[in-house]
Design a protein around this ligand. Structure first.
Ligand code: AHR
Length: 659
């Protein structure tokens, strides 16, 4: 099926409207002679938030939930099938010499009498994923009163209590002492648990019981889950935004994200409730807490590992306006501003500075080269602008080269958005964060959103977006193909407007199959597997083919923003010497197109990458994780125009070598 084009012709001075019908192809003109603007290396990045068990239970590879007994219910995550004699104790009032961490004062006291079969079992994050023959590193603290307990036995068990690996430790001291041991798993199991039993009778105190796979990203001890970081790495992201999202703001100011509490010794990082724990009544996750094992140092390190610019977002003294909206008054803003200034020193300061030394002591003497900082997440109204001004003044006074990200609120239009944009323009804001969680149709209809944005106004950070198949944050939303190709159609508009749009990221990034609160999400995982959604592959296609210079691509002098259901953008890559054309056909029928490329000498070879699926509802799943993935083939460059057939519901990336 061909596109029907209506064209107006002058023949003999008369105007005719002619329907060309099936024989006529859309002719797209690419002008390679002129660079419209440079594409920022940051153009396509990642948004990370600890939502959907993305950090604890996800990227942070710790397998023990509530390892230091600091959850609101201190034994949450732990079972004692044959007894209830374990008790929670606080540091104060202990007779023993103790060295439990200052911020995490709970520990578990186990009293073993003459009974047999007492066990303490940790359920993990909806189970623990263990792999046959893989090694697991166990560590814990214990104080063995009067040396009463002769041995502690640790077993990985399956649902039938069958042991899948075992190790034991002799607790030698009645003072708090660190112990470690290793397991090898004898089978693969997604829902394993850790069972602890004891030999001897008496009392023993336990704390920071921790279990990590040995095989982590870059083999860092107690590090990050390798498969998940690999998925991030494979996007070749331009930046990593962290730690959110609403988690930055907190439901109240006291539970806002405070980066200083997320660094230093892991056991000193104070556990606190994750705000997504209680956010949605339809998706309560009472066992969702933040250990901060993945904290700001690790976020910076992760950014470095995956080649992304770090982009931290900080509280601006306003709690989430969907919740309490609690405000720090302008007089009370100092500590918030100081947190921002100190963070820049932590990231970039010489090792001789106070915070630079903290970074160095944590193992990274070299600066992280922070260039961006975000003030507030999704705030709105005059209260935000007032606070933003205070931050801007202080940050620019001390660090004039740091680029400040400001926010335009939760919606891409409406009163709050217009007010924020207007005010931020007056303030010459550098980079404004826009969020859109809208229907796939909205994405298709808004591919021209930035065409008329003021080229001299603030640059745009499309910081959170995702097509919602049902409605915003609806639990029935799916990562389906219609959402993914509609995002691609919209992204051609982001790319075409690279003069204005300089950073973009899909949100949220990750979700645990059994513990999510928000859908859709770019990456899905369980305790053993992970996969990229179709939306992930859209992001990856754009990011890995972003090129270096923006070119114009038009049909009859106009940008393609959905005429005949076609969307397009074009770039050149001066390093690989390629012209890269992205084409999205959102129609249920195929389109034949012709590309007329001017201003470049083409070689003979190119490649064609295609992401396509037959049905709007198609999606990648754990059972079929590669159902919708890009397929690359050779493309033979022809003389004259390049002729292409774009299948129904398809994304095509055409890469043409130049000489
Ligand atoms: O991405 C999920 C949430 O959506 C973010 O936390 C918030 O910024 C937005 O409302």
């Amino acid at each position: 099926m061909k596109i029907k084009l209506i064209s107006t012709l002058f023949i003999g001075g008369l105007l005719f409207s002619t329907i060309y019908g099936n024989a006529q192809k859309a002719v797209l003109e690419v002008d390679a002679s002129k660079t419209i603007t440079k594409i920022q290396p940051t153009m396509f990045g990642l948004f990370f938030e600890d939502i959907n068990f993305a950090a604890d239970g996800g990227l942070y590879a710790e397998m023990i939930k509530n390892r230091s007994f600091e959850f609101e219910k201190p034994l949450m995550g732990w079972e004692q099938p044959k007894s209830n004699r374990s008790s929670m104790n606080k540091e104060s009032g202990m007779a023993l010499p103790i060295n439990v961490a200052a911020n995490n004062t709970n520990f578990c006291r186990v009293e073993i009498n003459n009974d047999k079969g007492y066990a303490l079992i940790n359920e993990g994050f909806r189970g623990m994923g263990v792999k046959k023959d893989a090694r697991y590193n166990l560590s814990f603290k214990a104080a063995n009163h009067k040396g009463a307990i002769r041995k502690i036995i640790f077993q990985l068990i399956d649902k039938d209590q069958k042991a899948l690996g075992e190790t034991s430790v002799v607790p030698k001291s009645d003072e708090w002492t660190n112990y470690s041991a290793q397991f090898v798993a004898t089978e693969t199991e997604a829902k394993a648990k850790l069972k602890i039993t004891f030999e001897g009778t008496g009392t023993i105190d336990l704390d920071m019981i921790s279990l990590f796979p040995e095989d982590t990203w870059k083999n860092r001890k107690n590090g990050l889950r390798k498969d998940l970081v690999q998925l991030l790495y494979d996007v070749k992201p331009g930046f990593l935004r962290f730690p959110g999202g609403c988690i930055v703001e907190g439901r109240t100011l006291s539970d806002r994200y405070q980066w200083k509490k997320s660094i230093g010794n892991v056991e000193d990082r104070k556990t606190m409730m994750n705000r997504w724990n209680v956010e949605f009544n339809h998706k309560l996750t009472p066992d969702y807490f933040q250990s901060f094992g993945l904290g700001f140092f690790e976020y910076f390190q992760l950014s470095e590992d995956i080649g992304a610019e770090p982009l931290p977002i900080l509280s601006c003294g306003m709690a989430c306006q969907y919740n309490t909206g609690e405000l720090a008054s302008i007089d009370e803003l100092d500590p918030y501003v100081k947190d921002a200034l100190d963070l820049i020193e932590f990231a970039n300061g010489a090792v001789t500075t106070a915070w630079g030394k903290v970074r160095s002591d944590m193992g990274h003497p070299k600066p992280f080269n922070l260039k961006y900082i975000g003030v507030g997440n999704e705030q709105w109204g005059a209260d935000y602008i007032e606070r933003y001004k205070v931050f801007e003044k202080a940050i620019k006074a001390k660090y004039p080269n740091i680029i400040i990200v400001s926010g335009s609120g939760p919606s891409p239009d409406g009163e709050h958005f217009d007010y924020a944009m207007n005010e931020l323009k007056k303030l010459n804001a550098e980079l404004v964060d826009e969020h859109y969680y809208q229907s796939p149709k909205w994405f298709r209809e808004n591919a021209g959103r930035y065409d008329n944005y003021d080229r001299k106004g603030p640059k745009i950070f499309a910081g959170e977006y995702a097509a919602q198949s049902v409605s915003g944050a609806n639990p029935n939303n799916r990562n389906n193909w219609e959402c993914a190709f509609s995002e691609a159609a919209f992204m051609t508009g982001l790319e075409r407007n690279a003069e204005v749009v300089q950073l973009t990221s899909y949100a949220p990034l990750m979700a645990h199959e059994d513990a999510w609160q928000w859908t859709p999400d770019m990456i899905w995982f369980n305790n053993l597997q992970s996969y990229g959604s179709a939306n992930y592959y859209v992001q990856q296609l754009f990011s890995t083919n972003k090129g270096t210079d923006l070119l114009s691509i038009t049909q009859d002098g106009k940008a393609l923003i959905g005429q005949h259901n076609l969307y397009a953008s074009a770039v050149k890559d001066v390093n690989s010497k390629e012209i890269i054309v992205k084409l999205v056909n959102t129609a249920s029928t195929a389109s034949d197109i012709s590309i007329d490329l001017k201003g470049a000498k083409l070689g003979s070879k190119g490649s064609l990458i295609r992401l396509v699926s037959a049905n709007l509802q198609d999606e990648n799943t754990f059972a079929d994780p590669k159902k919708i993935t890009p397929k690359q083939s050779e493309y033979k460059i022809t003389k004259g125009n390049q002729q292409l057939n774009l299948p129904p519901y398809s994304i095509t990336v055409l890469k043409l070598k130049t000489i």
